[in-house]
Ligand binder design. Structure first.
Ligand code: UGA
Length: 438
C-alpha cells in the first residue's frame, strides 16, 4: 500500500521505517528541512538502537522517501498516518494539539475521498472527533475516513515495539477505515498480534489509560519506598515479593529516582486536564499524587547527599546519566538531569556523564560540567549518584574508580549496583527505598 507518515520525530521516524519494513511504500513528511536532510542520509537524528541501520536499509529498498510538504504524490496515498507531537502546553497541564490541527489542514487539499487519515499521536479524548469535523469542513466530503491508532512503543526498543506490539488498537467510525487498517497491518495481524477495533474515544483513551497505569505502578512502588526508608524495610525486596503475584506482576515495579521522558509525565498531566474539562476531574485527581511522589524521589537523592556531606556548597558531585532511561538520548523531564540541576542549585560543582546525551545537555544546561570520559568523570569527586542505569554504570569496577575519587560515597538511584562489591572497595553505598548497613 502507499502510506504517508506526517511528522518525523521519535514516533513518526520509527513508524515510517516499520511501515516500509513490512512492505509498504512510505512518504515521510516533515516541515523541518534539517530533519529531512538528516533522514535522507539514514540518520534519524536521535539515539535509538538499530533504527539508523533499518532506516538506511529501507531507503535503499526504494520504499521509503522523505519530503518537506505534501504535493501531488499525496493524492496517491491510501493511508496518511499523523505522528506529530502533542507536548505539554506552557503554563498548563493540558496537551498542545496545535500541530495536529495544522497537519489536518495541510493534508486536506490532497486527500482522496476513499483514503484514510489515521492519527497516532497521544491526544486528549475527544480530539479525533474534533479533527473529523475539521477534515469534513476542509474537504467537503460527505463522509471522511478518520481513525485513531495509538502507538505504544518505548524509547530504546522503538522499532521492535512498532513491529511486534502487544496489541494493535484502532478507533474507527466506518467499515472502510477498519478495512484499510486491517490491510496496512496485515502481516502483523497474521503473526497473531491482537487487533482491537473500537470507537474513536476509546482508542484515544486506551493510550492515556495505559500510560497513567504505568506511571501509577512506578509511583506506587516509590511510595512504598518512602515507607521503607523510615521503617527499615527494603522496597526492592518488597517489589520482588509482591511481583510474584501474577495479578500484580513484577514489570514496571522498579523503585528508584522515578519516571521521566516525553511521555509518562506529560500524559498523566494531560489526562488530569482533560478529565477536569469533562467535569470528572476527581476521577483522576489521584494522578496529582502520582506526579508528586515521582518528583519527591529526586529531592530524596539531594537529601541523602546533604545528610552525608552537610552542605553541597562547593562539593564535587558526579551524576551518572542524563537521559531519562538507558539506550536513549532523550533528556526531556529526565530524573537524572533534574537531580544534577538540583545539586547545582544547592551549590555543588556538578559533573555529569552520559554515554550519548551530553551534547543535548551542553546546549540546554551549560552550567553543568559534562564529562564524556567515564574514568575522568570520577576525578576528585566527593559523591557519585547513579541516576540512569546505563550498562556501563552497572558494570563499573569500583576498585578502579576508588583510586581517583576524593570521597568514597555512591548513591544508587536505580538499585542496580552490587552493594557488597562497592563496599569491599571502600565505598559507603546509599540507595533509594532501603537502608544499607555500611
Ligand atoms: C512509555 C510507555 O512505556 C510506552 O508504552 C509508550 O508508548 C510511551 O511512553 C509513549 O507514550 O510514547 P517510554 O517513555 O519510552 O515509554 O519509556 P518507559 O520504558 O515507559 O520508561 C519511562 C520512565 O519510567 C523511565 O524514566 C524509566 O526509568 C522509568 N521506570 C520504568 C521506572 O522508574 N521504574 C520502572 O519499573 C520502569
Amino acid at each position: 500500500m502507499k502510506v504517508s507518515v506526517i511528522g518525523l520525530g521519535y514516533l513518526g521516524a520509527t513508524h515510517a521505517v516499520a511501515m516500509a519494513k513490512i512492505g509498504h511504500h512510505v512518504i515521510g513528511i516533515e516541515p523541518n528541512q534539517a530533519k529531512i536532510d538528516s533522514l535522507k542520509t539514514g540518520k534519524a537524528g536521535f539515539h535509538e538502537p538499530g533504527l539508523d541501520e533499518a532506516l538506511a536499509e529501507q531507503i535503499a529498498s526504494g520504499r521509503l522517501s522523505f519530503q518537506s510538504a505534501h504535493d501531488e504524490t499525496s493524492r496517491t496515498v491510501d493511508v496518511h498516518f499523523i505522528c506529530v507531537g502533542t507536548p505539554q502546553t506552557k503554563g498548563s497541564l493540558a496537551a498542545d494539539t496545535s500541530y495536529l490541527h495544522a497537519a489536518i489542514a495541510d493534508v486536506a487539499p490532497y486527500l482522496r475521498e476513499d483514503a484514510l487519515v489515521a492519527g497516532k499521536s497521544t491526544v486528549p479524548v475527544g480530539t479525533a472527533a474534533l479533527l473529523t469535523k475539521e477534515l469534513s469542513a476542509a474537504t467537503g466530503f460527505a463522509a471522511v475516513n478518520l481513525a485513531w491508532n495509538p502507538e505504544f512503543l518505548r524509547e530504546g526498543t522503538a522499532l521492535e515495539d512498532s513491529l511486534r506490539p502487544d496489541r494493535l488498537v484502532v478507533g474507527v467510525t466506518n467499515q472502510r477505515s477498519e478495512d484499510l487498517l486491517r490491510q496496512v497491518f496485515e502481516p502483523m495481524i497474521a503473526s497473531g498480534i491482537p487487533f482491537l477495533v473500537t470507537d474513536l474515544a476509546t482508542a484515544e483513551l486506551v493510550k492515556a489509560a495505559a500510560n497513567a497505569f504505568l506511571a501509577t505502578k512506578i509511583s506506587f512502588i516509590n511510595a512504598m519506598a518512602e515507607i521503607a526508608e523510615v521503617s527499615g524495610a527494603d522496597a526492592s525486596a518488597l517489589a520482588q515479593a509482591i511481583g510474584y503475584d501474577e495479578r500484580i506482576g513484577n514489570k514496571f515495579l522498579r523503585n528508584g529516582v522515578g519516571f521521566g521522558g516525553g511521555c509518562l509525565p506529560k500524559d498523566i498531566r494531560a489526562l488530569m486536564a482533560r478529565a477536569e474539562e469533562l467535569g470528572v476531574g476527581e476521577s483522576v485527581a489521584y494522578l496529582k499524587e502520582i506526579d508528586k511522589i515521582n518528583i519527591r524521589r529526586r529531592d530524596r537523592v539531594i537529601a541523602l547527599l546533604e545528610a552525608e556531606l552537610g552542605t553541597l556548597k562547593s562539593k564535587r558531585v558526579l551524576v551518572l546519566g542524563a537521559a531519562f532511561k538507558p539506550d536513549s538520548d532523550d533528556i526531556r523531564d529526565s530524573p537524572a538531569l533534574e537531580i544534577a540541576l538540583l545539586a547545582h542549585r544547592a551549590g555543588a560543582e556538578v559533573i555529569i556523564h552520559d554515554p550519548v546525551s551530553l551534547p543535548g545537555v551542553a546546549i540546554k544546561h551549560p552550567e553543568l560540567n559534562g564529562q564524556a570520559d567515564l574514568t575522568k568523570a570520577f576525578d576528585s569527586v566527593e559523591a557519585v549518584v547513579l541516576a540512569t542505569e546505563w550498562k556501563e554504570y552497572r558494570e563499573l569496577d569500583p576498585n578502579i574508580v576508588s583510586a581517583v575519587v576524593s570521597n568514597k560515597l555512591i548513591v544508587d538511584g536505580r538499585n542496580v549496583l552490587d552493594v557488597a562489591k562497592w563496599q569491599q572497595a571502600g565505598f559507603r553505598v546509599l540507595a533509594l527505598g532501603r537502608t544499607i548497613q555500611n
